[in-house]
Design a protein around this ligand. Structure first.
Ligand SMILES: *[C@@H]1O[C@H](CO)[C@@H](O)[C@H](O)[C@H]1NC(C)=O
Ligand SMILES: *[C@@H]1O[C@H](CO)[C@@H](O)[C@H](O)[C@H]1NC(C)=O
Ligand SMILES: *[C@@H]1O[C@H](CO)[C@@H](O)[C@H](O)[C@H]1NC(C)=O
Ligand SMILES: *[C@@H]1O[C@H](CO)[C@@H](O)[C@H](O)[C@H]1NC(C)=O
Ligand SMILES: *[C@@H]1O[C@H](CO)[C@@H](O)[C@H](O)[C@H]1NC(C)=O
Ligand SMILES: *[C@@H]1O[C@H](CO)[C@@H](O)[C@H](O)[C@H]1NC(C)=O
Length: 229
């Protein structure tokens, strides 16, 4: 019995999608707080067509997510929530949220920060708007963050600078204003950076000399002066 439990706890279980629009996630022991946060996120992002059922948190059956097909289904659309059960606290945690090309119309809620174990967030190509909550800086192990191609506005919060484990940072094609975040020059582990469309006053682009690992850089539509260091 105990052995079986350990075997279950050690397996990282991934959301199983049948077709594009119906997904079921099964795992064991996702904390209620994370399940509640997921529900709140779905609601705030405007996923009215989702059916989000919690069957059994103790068995780590998070629920069923159904997304009504948008008017023009996008073959590259993806909705995946991944949970990992190999943590030392013997609990399963949600480690990845991929919601791509789903036409989501809402906003990004602060409750996202309650999913403290997140490593990957991709909200690529939706219609999400509003400001980025400062709580986004709370993820100790976030390595992939893409907010690319949405309608986010306001400043890029300085709290994002706390995400020292980021490898990929993509915030291009939004409506941000203010300054280009200086903190990106401290992310020495960064390999991919895409940043564009920040409407502010002319300013120097942060010096990226320290980011020796950078492999891909995309910049565009910035009010910047590129300066030689
Ligand atoms: C997020 O966590 C805070 C406390 O850390 C709690 O007050 C709040 O209810 C949580 N929200 C959700 C949606 O779980
Ligand atoms: C929920 O958990 C209980 C107790 O562990 C178990 O008997 C029941 O089969 C579970 N239900 C589902 C739908 O997994
Ligand atoms: C996060 O994304 C990276 C790069 O796409 C991938 O290699 C990794 O497996 C993902 N991790 C999780 C937990 O989804
Ligand atoms: C972060 O990663 C470390 C090393 O893998 C792990 O021990 C820790 O539990 C993780 N913490 C969170 C909040 O994901
Ligand atoms: C950015 O835009 C918001 C409205 O979306 C405005 O209130 C704010 O003053 C702008 N900030 C800058 C620095 O232009
Ligand atoms: C940038 O901001 C200025 C002042 O707020 C505004 O007049 C201009 O239309 C904006 N440009 C773009 C491309 O949004």
């Amino acid at each position: 019995m105990i052995v079986l439990k350990h075997v279950l706890l050690l397996s990282a279980l991934v959301l199983v999608c049948s077709g594009i629009w119906t997904c079921v996630v099964e795992s064991s022991g996702v904390p209620q707080e994370e399940v509640d946060a997921l529900k709140q996120i779905a609601k705030t992002m405007g996923i009215t067509a989702w059916e989000f059922k919690l069957f059994n948190a103790s068995d780590c059956v998070v629920g069923t997510v159904e997304i009504a097909p948008p008017a023009q289904p996008d073959q590259e659309a993806e909705s995946t929530v991944t949970c990992d059960c190999s943590f030392s606290d013997a609990t399963c945690h949600i480690v990845s949220i991929i919601l791509k090309r789903l036409n989501l119309p809402g906003t990004l809620p602060p409750e996202l920060a309650n999913l403290t174990y997140l490593q990957n967030i991709s909200l690529l190509a939706n219609r999400l708007s509003g400001e980025i909550p400062k709580e986004i800086g709370n993820f100790a192990n976030l390595s992939y963050l893409s907010l690319e191609a949405n309608q986010f506005s306001g400043p890029v919060p300085s709290e994002i600078g706390k995400l020292v484990n980021l490898h990929t940072f993509r915030i291009n094609d939004n409506n941000f204003n203010g300054t280009i975040p200086d903190f990106i020059q401290n992310w020495i582990q960064l390999t991919r950076l895409r940043i564009s469309d920040i409407n502010g006053t002319n300013q120097p682009f942060p010096v990226l000399d320290n980011i020796k690992s950078l492999r891909r850089l995309y910049v565009g539509c910035l009010s910047v002066l590129f300066m030689k260091a």
